[in-house]
Design a protein around this ligand. Structure first.
Ligand code: 4AD
Ligand code: MG
Length: 434
């Protein structure tokens, strides 16, 4: 008989009849008479160890009955098929070692409110639902890296301390950068990627970004992860094609690789199966007309609010690009639409089922004089933007890019109401702990 050291529960289906050792935690325990059941979790999956008093020595039996919820344990035993449930495997224990006996666990089986769970986020992360969310998040991150690399985008790391704003000056976290300087935490690496494309052609970054918006909605975090992509000689139309292919790929990858996780989350996968390019497209003007026909009093040149996005996404099964927003509601760097200079060559990608914006992207202004005028109009500090303006002086090219909000993507794909569950330790307006 082969002994496997530290076998992963996820490998059980290939190990029926073999003796294995599992190291993990007991997320539930029950015993009656001479039998104890330890529900085990080891990070890779979940299983039940059956501890029958006659099959183990006295020390193991005492350890099994002494095990409390969330105690850490090492259990050796034989892998067996569950007598009734197909595809479920158990461990017939021959030895139990209690590594640390847990104190009474604060998260019980009764329903807890979100604030209690968030206060105990360091423990809540262990719940099967949270395990599943983090596994899907990991899969999405890897899928994005894979797709970007397969499509010749090079990873370029942009800085987190920055001297200037990227997405509007009202949403900046300011930090003291030594005695005499202020720095800001980055809102997006985009501007730096625009510099890098003249070196590497196509690139992306993937890191934490910071927004000091005083928003307490289900879509807002103050710290979140963004993948910015940027490509030289790519114009508006091609920019959208890149985005829809990337998202189609990511969703497909999760559907293939995370079936167990999606089941734990009770995610209906039917809508996800419909996420196939080409996506729906509406211009901002068309979207406004639809919203007005539905009774909204939204103005012609207004930005879309969260409720407007929800309304639109509920009308279609696929994600929707909303193109060509009024220039006045968007960032200074977006290129104007030559067909209508009041609008920009941008698109927001709205995820279906009420989720709303998951990507913001645009073609960038590539003319020095026009961009300088925008910097001035937006009252941005010209000196701090000189390097960015330089890019329009030395081999300027048409170029485009976009930013994917990782947490919004995870929330949509997992079917979660609020983004706070999608990041291990959420940072919200009213929450910096744990
Ligand atoms: O639309 P945004 O602000 O675009 C940019 O920052 C561009 N510079 C990106 C680029 O072109 N490279 O942000 C991009 C995405 C949004 O579509 C949304 O998914 C997410 O980032 N996002 C947030 N996610 C969570 N909390 C917030 N406060 C967010 N703000 C934006
Ligand atoms: Mg946006």
């Amino acid at each position: 008989m082969r002994i496997y050291m530290d076998t992963l529960i996820s490998k059980f289906k290939d190990l029926v009849g073999q003796t294995v050792t599992v190291k993990g935690w007991a997320y539930n325990v029950r015993s009656s008479g001479s039998i104890a059941f330890l529900q085990l979790r080891d990070g890779s999956g979940f299983t039940q160890a059956v501890v029958a008093k006659p099959n183990v020595d006295e020390a193991s039996w005492n350890a099994a009955v002494d095990t409390t919820i969330e105690s850490s344990v090492i259990v050796t035993g034989t892998v067996s098929k569950h007598p009734k449930q197909e595809g479920v495997y158990e461990l017939q224990a021959t030895q139990v070692v209690l590594v640390q006996k847990a104190e009474e666990y604060p998260i019980g089986k009764k329903e807890h409110g979100p604030e209690f769970l968030l206060d105990n986020r360091h423990l809540w992360l262990r719940a099967p639902s949270q395990w599943a969310v983090q596994r899907v998040r990991d899969r999405i991150i890897h899928a994005i890296y894979d797709w970007m690399r397969d499509h010749d985008f090079l990873k370029i790391d942009s800085p987190i301390f920055t001297p200037n704003a990227c997405e509007g000056t009202t949403e900046l976290f300011e930090v003291n950068y030594f005695e005499d300087r202020k720095a800001y935490l980055t809102q997006s690496g985009q501007l730096y990627l625009e510099a890098a494309i003249a070196s590497v052609g196509r690139c992306f970054d993937f890191g934490p970004v910071f927004r000091a918006e005083k928003s307490k909605t289900r879509r807002h975090l103050t710290e979140f992860w963004m993948m910015d992509a940027e490509a030289a000689f790519v114009e508006h139309e091609e920019n959208l094609k890149i985005q829809e292919q990337l998202i189609e790929f990511v969703v497909k990858r999760v559907l293939e690789d995370c079936q167990e996780e999606l089941k734990i989350l009770e995610r209906n996968v039917e809508p996800l199966k419909k996420v196939q390019a080409p996506f729906e497209r509406l211009t901002h003007a068309e979207a406004i007309k639809i919203l007005r026909d539905k009774g909204s009093d939204i103005g012609d040149m207004d930005d879309l609010g969260a409720d407007d996005e929800t309304t639109l996404t509920q009308m279609y099964e696929k994600p929707i690009f909303i193109e060509k927003y009024p220039a006045e509601v968007k960032a200074f760097y977006m290129k104007r639409d030559p067909a209508d200079p009041t609008r920009v060559l941008n698109a927001d990608l709205l995820a279906p089922e009420g989720y709303g914006e998951v990507i913001g992207g645009s073609q960038r202004e590539d003319d020095y004089e026009v961009l300088l005028a925008r910097v001035r109009e937006h009252k941005l500090p010209e000196k701090e933007f000189q390097w960015y303006l330089d890019l329009r002086k030395y081999g300027s090219v048409p170029h485009s890019g976009f930013g994917v909000g990782l947490e919004r993507l995870v929330a949509w794909i997992c079917g979660l109401h609020h983004v706070r569950e999608t990041i291990p330790f959420p940072r919200l307006m009213n929450r910096l702990e744990p």
